[in-house]
Design a protein around this ligand. Structure first.
Ligand code: GLA
Length: 414
């Protein structure tokens, strides 16, 4: 298989395409209704790649994600009906609910048995509307929302945070709520945790709201202080290649929750509020007070927090090529200590490195999704080819390989 066969075209043309798709869907779904002749606005929010700092966010530690040039677009307008109606290019039919019913539908864990139900994808936009109501923003007027996206779903690139960010931005503007980006990230996370039921941290929503072109967001997940860190990749001739294994994952079930529980157990055994408070020097003591599996989980989080700090230091010193070994060490830690990698992710990472990537790791929650490889410009085709042929030799379905550019966060487009 050639590199041309596996690499996507340059990303720019896709963004207007998804924006236009949202507008067209709005017109075909809501256009005939009294209020829905024209959407009053267009908003978008990006997916993200996490450069480093995995499973550290809910441990109140450090993360370093960047927003990518793949976005979820929404076209939206108030509809005057007291109902929220949502349509998506991924779904055959729109979904809707009375705004007053949102309070009995969510949180999902406490929903009344007679509460109206919507299909899974619709819980993201409806959950955001619910979380905004809880935050005191009355959406009494009702709203129509059409959604289209070019963020791959299930690839570990936070397609869900992109939906939450775009919908939260649209509702914030349409309802005049006046919330800032951090508050909107918290609304998105609440929707994800309590409406969808995925016990995630806040990294993805913060990346979707705060992204900047050519930069990453260094986030302290305890204080939510965010610093913009220039990546300097293009000046150094480097790119991030994404190798999407196409093994899909879901964080509302299974492994993700178990890892969170293990981290909480580890923190309790160390007598601290969160693993953020455990340093590499404390790991010897950790060994005395916990079982071997919990120790491995704790060791991943503690060493990963340190790797984020080391990565930020190297980037601030203008040495982006030096972060390669930190990416490699992060992957090894997730494979061996946190045990959230998959054979496909390991093959992707090995193939990328062998073909000239300076470092590679799985990105996102794990159990599937994508790997990223820090790759000199002239090795991109070689990395794509190596991943494709390694997957073929291992008997895996072909990966989806593309480059991503660090991009701006959620915004109103029109
Ligand atoms: C998912 C979650 C994030 C974070 C990562 C792992 O993407 O949504 O909050 O926990 O996994 O770093």
């Amino acid at each position: 298989m050639t590199a041309e066969a596996t690499m996507d075209a340059a990303p720019d043309p896709r963004v207007p395409a998804a924006g236009a798709a949202a507008q067209a869907l709005f017109a075909s779904t809501f256009g005939a209704s009294t209020f829905g002749a024209l959407p009053t606005g267009a908003w978008s929010a990006p997916g993200r790649v996490n450069l480093i700092g995995e499973h550290t966010d809910y441990n109140e530690g450090f993360v370093l994600p960047f927003a990518i040039d793949r976005r979820t677009h929404v076209a939206a307008a108030l509809n005057g009906t007291g109902r929220i109606r949502v349509a998506s290019t991924f779904a055959d039919a729109p979904a809707e609910a009375a705004l007053d019913d949102l309070d009995v539908m969510f949180p999902a864990s406490e929903a009344r048995s007679d509460a109206p139900r919507v299909t899974e994808w619709a819980t993201y936009p409806l959950g955001v509307a619910w979380a905004l109501r809880l935050a005191g923003t009355a959406a009494g007027a009702g709203v129509d929302i059409a959604i289209a996206s070019d963020v791959p779903v299930g690839a570990g690139l936070s397609s869900s945070a992109a939906i939450e960010g775009a919908v939260a931005s649209a509702l914030n503007d349409l309802l005049g709520a006046g919330l800032g980006p951090v508050a909107l990230a918290q609304i998105g996370r609440r929707a994800e945790n309590e409406a969808v039921g995925a016990p995630t941290g806040i990294m993805d929503q913060m990346a979707a709201m705060l992204g900047r072109t050519d930069a990453a967001i260094f986030l302290d997940c305890r204080s939510l202080a965010a610093d913009i860190v220039d990546l300097g990749f293009s000046a150094a001739g480097l790119e991030i290649v994404v190798i999407d294994t196409r093994v899909s994952h879901a964080h509302s079930t299974g492994g993700y929750r178990e890892r969170r529980d293990a981290c909480e157990r580890g923190a309790a055994l160390m007598g601290v509020p969160a693993l953020r408070d455990v340093s590499v020097g404390d790991l010897e003591r950790a060994q005395q007070v916990m079982d071997a599996v919990t120790l491995r989980r704790v060791r991943h989080v503690v060493t990963e927090n340190q790797r984020v700090l080391d990565t930020v230091r190297a980037l601030r010193a203008g040495s982006p090529a030096e972060i390669g070994p930190l990416l490699d060490a992060s992957h090894a830690s997730m494979r061996d200590d946190f045990e959230i990698s998959t054979p496909e992710l390991d093959v992707a990472v090995e193939a990328a490195r062998a073909a000239g990537a300076l470092g590679a790791r799985m990105t996102g929650g794990g159990f599937g999704g994508a790997a990223i490889a820090l790759t000199p410009h002239e090795r991109i085709d070689a990395v794509a080819e190596a991943a494709a042929s390694a997957f073929a030799s291992a008997g895996f379905a072909a990966p989806h390989v593309f480059t991503v550019a660090p991009s701006h966060g959620a915004r109103r487009d029109a």
